[in-house]
Design a protein around this ligand. Structure first.
Ligand code: TXA
Ligand code: MG
Length: 317
C-alpha cells in the first residue's frame, strides 16, 4: 500500500478513508495519532497489525463533543465532568468505567475506557466529518518514539497505512496526561502537559500520582518511547566531567557546556513547554546521524518537568 500524504484541507478525504475502514495518521496537539473508526472492529484490528502492538494494550477513544463521552462511559463522576469542562478540548485523557457495548478490542479486555477530546482543529474536524469517535494510539511502530511530525510517522508506518494528514509539528509534543477517574482518588497514571497540580486546583481535592501501573497502562512500561540509539541520563556535572573523553555521542543539554569536537550538541530549551515540544523531533534527528549513544542532561526535579522526566526515564537504557 502506498501511504498518501494529505493536506490539512483534505479533511473530507481523510474522513472518507476512515469510513472505508482504513487507517489514517492524524495530527493532534500532543503527538500524531493512528486513527481508525472506533465503531469498526475490522479497522481497529488493523491498528494492532500496523503497529505490531500487543492486542491487550487498550486504545484511547478521541471524541469531539462531551455528549459522545456518555456513549462510551457509564456513570461519569462529578469530578470527571469538572475536569473535562476545564481541560477539554486538550491534552488530557480520562479513564472511566466503560459501557457494556464497548468492544474489548478497544479496552484490551478491561472494564474501563480511555477518552480524550483533542484541541487540534484538524483532529476535531476529522472526527466531526466522520461523525463518529476515532480510536488512536500514537502513530509509531510499537515501542518506538511517538511522532510529532508527519515524517516521523512515515519512518515506521510508511506503506502500512492509507494516509497521513500533514498538520505540521505537534504543539505540545508529548503524549496526553492520563488520569484514572475510577480510582478512590483521581490518579494520574501518565504525566503530561496538564500536571497533577493543575488538576488538583480545579478539583480542590487530592490527586494522586502513580506512574508505575504496568498492568493497566502499557504506555508506562519501562521499555517504551525508545529511540534507536541507547540513551543515558546524567547530571550537568557528570556531563562536564566525562563527555570530553567520549567519541561519537550526541549530548542534549540545557546548561552551557564546554564543547568536545567529537560530540554533537543539542542545546535544549530551559522552559519545559518548549523542551517537551521538540524532544521527540530531536531524538528522531539524532537517530538518523551516526552517533552511537545519546547523553541527556537530567532536567530539574519540578512538577512542570514531570512528563519530560518520565519520557526520558523510559527512553533511557
Ligand atoms: O496524547 C495521546 O494520548 C496520544 C494522542 C494520539 O492522543 N495517544 C497515545 O496513545 O499516546 P497510546 O496508545 O500511545 O497510549 C495510550 C495509553 C496507553 O498507555 C494505554 O494503555 C492507556 O492509554 N489506556 C488506554 N485505554 C485504557 C484503559 N481503558 N485503561 C487504562 N489505560 C488505558
Ligand atoms: Mg504510544
Amino acid at each position: 500500500m502506498k501511504t498518501q500524504i494529505l493536506k490539512p484541507s483534505q479533511i473530507e478525504d481523510a474522513a472518507n478513508l476512515l469510513k472505508k475502514g482504513e487507517l489514517v495518521a492524524i495530527p493532534t496537539e500532543t503527538v500524531y495519532g493512528l486513527a481508525a473508526d472506533a465503531s469498526n472492529e475490522e479497522a481497529i484490528r488493523k491498528i494492532f497489525v500496523a503497529k505490531r502492538r500487543p492486542t491487550d494494550h487498550p486504545l484511547i477513544v478521541h471524541i469531539a463533543s462531551f455528549e459522545a463521552a456518555r456513549e462510551w462511559a457509564k456513570e461519569i463522576p462529578e469530578s470527571a465532568i469538572k475536569i473535562a469542562e476545564h481541560f477539554w478540548p486538550g491534552p488530557l485523557t480520562l479513564i472511566l468505567k466503560k459501557r457494556k457495548n464497548v468492544s474489548p478490542l478497544i479496552t484490551g479486555g478491561q472494564q474501563t475506557i480511555a477518552l480524550r477530546m483533542p484541541i487540534n482543529p484538524i483532529a476535531l474536524q476529522i472526527i466531526e466529518r466522520l461523525g463518529k469517535p476515532i480510536a488512536a494510539p500514537s502513530a509509531n511502530a510499537h515501542k518506538r518514539t511517538s511522532p510529532t511530525k508527519p515524517e516521523h510517522v512515515l519512518k515506521t508506518l510508511s506503506g502500512k497505512i492509507a494516509a497521513v494528514v500533514d498538520g505540521g509539528q505537534s504543539s505540545v509534543g508529548l503524549e496526553s496526561t492520563i488520569i484514572d477517574m475510577t480510582a478512590v482518588l483521581p490518579t494520574v497514571v501518565r504525566p503530561g502537559a496538564i500536571t497533577s497540580v493543575m488538576i488538583q486546583k480545579v478539583l480542590r481535592k487530592e490527586v494522586r500520582e502513580k506512574y508505575d501501573d504496568r498492568g493497566k497502562v502499557p504506555g508506562s512500561m519501562p521499555a517504551h518511547y525508545q529511540p534507536e540509539k541507547p540513551l543515558f541520563l546524567f547530571s550537568g556535572e557528570e556531563i562536564k566531567e566525562y563527555s570530553l573523553q567520549e567519541n561519537n555521542i550526541a549530548i542534549l543539554h540545557y546548561t552551557n557546556l564546554a564543547k568536545n569536537k567529537n560530540a554533537l550538541y543539542y542545546k535544549m530549551p530551559e522552559n519545559s513547554r518548549e523542551y517537551a515540544k521538540i524532544l521527540y523531533d530531536v531524538l528522531y534527528t539524532i537517530d538518523s546521524t551516526s552517533v552511537n549513544k545519546i547523553w541527556v542532561e537530567k532536567p530539574p526535579q519540578h512538577v512542570a518537568w514531570a512528563h519530560v522526566i518520565d519520557r526520558l526515564n523510559r527512553a533511557s537504557s
